[in-house]
Design a protein around this ligand. Structure first.
Ligand SMILES: [Zn+2]
Length: 447
């Protein structure tokens, strides 16, 4: 395996490791990597079908499938040998590798491959072969909704081959109408009947299970967020997610929004407003906003101060306390500064609350080379970006739970922040990316 491939495989293994579930899209690239290219002659198939290749001059195995034979005996002569090979060919290494990579993750296979290889390594209920399967036959003008497994049939037929031809009386026919049978693979008469629908349903059931899991974990997420979370995995449309949500009886449980906390009846000086409702910064660490909220627990309030980056929407600093004071806001600021090491001149914006206007806070900002900015009186609009985080936090987490202790609330909010809000949750303002992936893209495009 080449170095480039190894790196790609390592990256794939990491991504599978991080995923909650895996959807595998298998196409012709995988069959040719496995040595069973159906669009060109690979050695294994060329050897198995040599007499037919020589006799008809087929340019590929599938060319034979679409060839106009002069009799059904000739047609089924070819089919029987081709299909028997598919039943008996050893499992291709890439399929075994894939099985090992996926291991016991919940997985589903969506494949256009009709050569049965996926059925060797994944259980049937985890596969949707929506282009059909050479392992089955159907009536050529489907007179009824039935397909027949053909493993024994093709073994028997190849035993009756005379050169490249079957006797006409050996040609398999529909038990109902007597028409010739054909392999159950995508063609102009492909039977999208019960067996096909059952496969598609299996895929939808898998999608619904993922939707239900996500919904149980994050009950407040609505259609758009769920869709953005599932899209990279499933590549499915918003409409399909919507339909499966309805079938699963899922709807978001958003609750009332947030209430203000800080008060500004103090005699500390007020900083000018540098933000002026400009929320668009094209690089991280040009402007941060800070705010405080409180979370009810069985022991009383738990206060949370955050610092959020206006470009990436990432929460870069936060602190918890049972008291709402300057120590709290300072701890969040210190964390943000330690983590980000911003250049001088960064704007820090907040409301006029005493925890931000106090001398200790102003001095720390100055020491960090950060310019302080505050909302105008009665216009909290500039702080909307920070408040948006609290509204997500409360709707998606805090209002849905009852915390007996501050420690329990802190653990939960910490996990929400680091393992979900910053890293997974899609943000509409970021083109439905998470802050972490948005930041990574920015860094990559700057490099
Ligand atoms: Zn029929």
């Amino acid at each position: 395996m080449s170095g480039g491939n190894q790196a790609a495989v390592r990256e794939l293994a990491e991504r599978i490791d991080q995923a909650d579930a895996v959807v595998i899209g298998g196409g012709s690239g995988l069959s040719s990597a496995a040595g069973y290219d159906h669009y060109h002659w690979s050695p294994a198939l060329a050897e198995a079908l040599a007499p037919f290749r020589e006799c008809y001059g087929f340019t590929s195995p599938l060319a034979g499938f679409y060839h106009c034979f002069s009799s059904y005996g000739e047609q089924w002569g070819y089919y029987s040998q081709y299909i028997r090979f598919l039943w008996e060919a050893p499992t291709g290494q890439p399929y075994l590798d894939l099985q090992a990579l996926v291991a016991d993750k919940p997985a589903f296979v969506l494949t256009t491959n009709v050569d049965r290889q996926f059925f060797r390594v994944f259980p049937e209920e985890q596969i949707c072969a929506f282009q059909g399967d050479f392992g089955y036959c159907q009536c050529s003008q489907p007179c009824r909704d039935a397909i027949w497994e053909n493993q024994e049939l093709v073994k028997e037929l190849t035993g009756r081959l005379v050169g490249v031809r079957l006797p006409e009386d050996a040609v398999p026919r529909c038990p109902d109408c007597g028409r010739v049978l054909v392999p159950w693979v995508r063609d102009d008469t492909f039977l999208e009947g019960g067996a096909w629908k059952a496969q598609v349903d299996r895929y939808h059931a898998f999608l619904r299970r993922r939707l239900i899991e996500l919904h149980e974990k994050y009950p407040a997420l609505g259609l758009d967020s769920l869709y953005r979370l599932l899209k990279p995995e499933f590549g499915c449309s918003r409409k399909r997610v919507h339909r499966q949500m309805r079938l699963a009886g899922i709807s978001s449980v958003r609750r009332r929004a947030y209430k203000k906390t800080t008060h500004s009846n103090h005699s500390h000086p007020i900083a000018p407003n540098f933000l002026q409702r400009n929320f668009s910064f094209d690089r991280p660490d040009q402007a941060w906003v800070g705010d405080i909220t409180y979370i009810p627990t069985g022991e009383g309030w738990l206060y949370l101060a955050i610092v959020k980056d206006l470009c990436t929407r990432k929460i870069v600093g936060y602190a918890f306390s049972d008291r709402i004071d300057t120590q709290l806001t300072l701890a969040a600021l210190d964390m943000a500064y330690r983590r980000r090491k911003p250049a001088r001149g960064l704007i820090f914006h907040s409301d006029r609350g005493v925890q931000y206007a106090a001398r200790g806070y102003r001095e720390r900002l100055e020491a960090y080379g950060i310019r302080q900015s505050m909302s105008r009186r009665g216009d909290p609009y500039d702080n909307a970006v920070a408040e948006n985080f609290f509204s997500c936090l409360k709707c998606e987490l805090v209002h849905l739970k009852h915390y007996p202790t501050r420690a329990a609330a802190q653990d939960d909010v910490f996990a929400y922040l680091e393992a979900f809000y910053n890293t997974i949750r899609p943000h509409s303002a970021l083109g439905w990316r998470s802050p972490a992936s948005f930041e990574a893209e920015l860094a990559a495009s700057a490099a």
